[in-house]
Design a protein around this ligand. Sequence first.
Ligand code: ITT
Length: 188
Amino acid sequence: KRVIVATGNAGKVQEIQEALAGLGWQLEALEGLPLPEEIGTTYEENAALKACTIAAMTGQIALADDSGLEVEALGGQPGVFSARYGNKSSDAERNLYLLEQLRKEKDRRAKFVSVIVVAYPDGELETYRGEVPGQLLEGPRGLGGFGYDPLFVPDGDTRSLAEMTTAEKQAVSHRGRALEELKKVHSS
Ligand code: ITT
């Protein structure tokens, strides 16, 4: 089936395409369609908002991801506001801003959360969630991935997510886990 990947984030597109390659879905790009403003207060609400808007606009199935980084020492922030954190315009500036907020902070625990919603033109929704716990570094490491990946070491590993290949990141990441759940449902 044809499915529009309703995200403007190239890193997400790559991970979603790689993870779902075996499903036989024809994944299509957004092609300039505008995503709605993310006015929800949860990942579930925002992912549904993005997927439903695109499904309604196009009459096609749409898949969206809403995700974020929850930092223990910041009471779970930036969470759903991760993309806009500190009003910074690039990943590198946002990472430096986060490090600044955590200067001298001993507790480096954080987790990534991803919620994937598949929306059908008739209004039906499927929701999948994945999480990965880890620790934040004192400085960025690695050139792969996107967003906060250079700062995040998943529990059980010594490398940051930016020091991994897409396949390695996928095997441990929040988005990889959510997409695994989706694959379980759709490959039978
Ligand atoms: P779309 O809404 O167009 O999908 P976005 O980047 O605005 O793209 P979100 O609103 O879901 O997406 O924001 C999530 C932010 O959380 C994202 O911009 C990153 O800063 C961060 N993030 C999410 N998943 C990540 C990952 O796998 N690695 C690093 N950072 C991630």
